[in-house]
Write a protein that binds this ligand. Structure first.
Ligand code: NDP
Length: 320
């Protein structure tokens, strides 16, 4: 795929992406002496660097902030010899017959790799309001399971009407006093069973035809949300301390389109109980292949699986 004058480097294990999945894969691959190189992508540390406190990652009894946890994971990967490089995979050409895989980084450097572990993650979709960005991490969150606990016995709002929003609204309803659910149309996208659960939860108030137009705050934290009814154009302010956005995620898989099997929303498809993709020697772990759990610990778990599978793949190849 590449020009002749391009610099080529050969690796036994290339890891793309630096969230919990990528770093955990690196820890295992490095300890198995695969001498992994990890390319961080544009957001080194991944989605967790954009959150504040992480209280649900086992081992941190006192909790930890997302950025500190990612620095810890990076240091642990480096301790065993992982080389962490800032860079972005721009193009791939994978061998379908067990040969070497080619990955172009930053549009210039060419890597030849015997195994590739894809841990490019997913990106939460946001409404795009400046006030949403301002209070992100200070009352605004895209993960109820991660941050719901901080709003115990408080009033919160959630936007979205898919399965994620329905699931997160019912999760929040168990912790919070009241959950306003903002649905932009007059119906849900979520499955009937999930909608049924939402409508039968007494402390969830579903507001149809409702859109958040501004997150209100005191400069430090969220104090409310301004909501407009898109039929009547009437505006009202809800007093909430938490604002959850659950309008979907976009898996970071553009460069794999037409190369790796993916579902209709772009998530990579891995074989059952495995991180193997449809290409031998190419593995996928973390949120890029998981739209259901999306937790740091599940991402780390699949990162471990990917490294073990890469190691076994290389071993089988050298035995052949
Ligand atoms: P979806 O794309 O299914 O739903 C997104 C929701 O957000 C839609 O209701 C959409 O509204 C709404 N939305 C999008 N943009 C905006 C906006 N700017 N303002 C207001 N609302 C907006 O994403 P999900 O994350 O919910 O689900 C992704 C996939 O994962 C689905 O296939 C889902 O079934 C699956 N999933 C399954 C689960 C399970 O089985 N337990 C749990 C979670 C997810 P509209 O409907 O008007 O377009």
């Amino acid at each position: 795929m590449m020009h002749k004058e391009q610099e080529v480097e050969h690796l036994s294990c290339l890891i793309i992406g630096s969230g919990p999945a990528g770093y955990t894969a690196a820890i295992y691959a490095a300890r198995a002496d695969l001498k992994p190189v990890i390319y961080t992508g544009m957001v080194p540390g991944g989605q967790l660097t954009q959150t504040t406190d992480v209280d649900n990652f086992p081992g941190y009894a006192q909790g930890v902030t997302g950025p500190v946890m990612m620095e810890d994971l990076k240091a642990q990967a480096e301790r065993f010899g992982t080389e962490v490089r800032f860079g972005y995979a721009t193009k791939v050409e994978f061998s379908t017959d067990g040969g070497v895989h080619q990955v172009e980084v930053d549009g210039s450097k060419l890597i030849h790799a015997d195994t590739v572990i894809i841990a490019t993650g997913a990106t939460a979709k946001w409404l795009g309001l400046p006030s949403e960005e301002k209070y992100n991490g200070f009352g605004v969150s895209a993960c109820a399971v991660c941050d719901g606990f901080f709003f115990k016995e408080q009033d919160v709002a959630i936007v979205g009407a898919g399965d994620t929003a329905a699931e997160e609204a019912t999760y929040l309803a168990k912790l919070c006093r009241k959950v306003y659910m903002l649905v932009r149309r007059d119906e849900f996208r979520a499955s009937k069973a999930m909608v049924h659960r939402v409508l039968n939860t007494p402390n969830i108030e579903v507001m149809y035809h409702s859109e958040a137009v501004e997150i209100l705050g005191d400069g430090q934290a969220v104090t409310g949300v301004r909501v407009v009814n898109n039929q009547s154009n009437q505006t009202q302010d809800l007093d909430v301390t938490g604002f959850f956005v659950a309008i979907g995620h976009q898996p970071n898989t553009e460069i794999f389109q037409g190369v790796l099997d993916m579902d209709e929303t772009g998530y990579l498809i891995t074989k059952s109980d495995s991180t193997a993709t449809n290409i031998p020697g190419v593995f996928a772990c973390g949120d890029v292949q998981d739209h259901v759990y999306r937790q740091a610990i599940t991402a780390a778990g699949t990162g471990c699986m990917a490294a073990l599978e890469a190691e076994r793949y290389l071993m089988a190849k050298s035995d052949a």
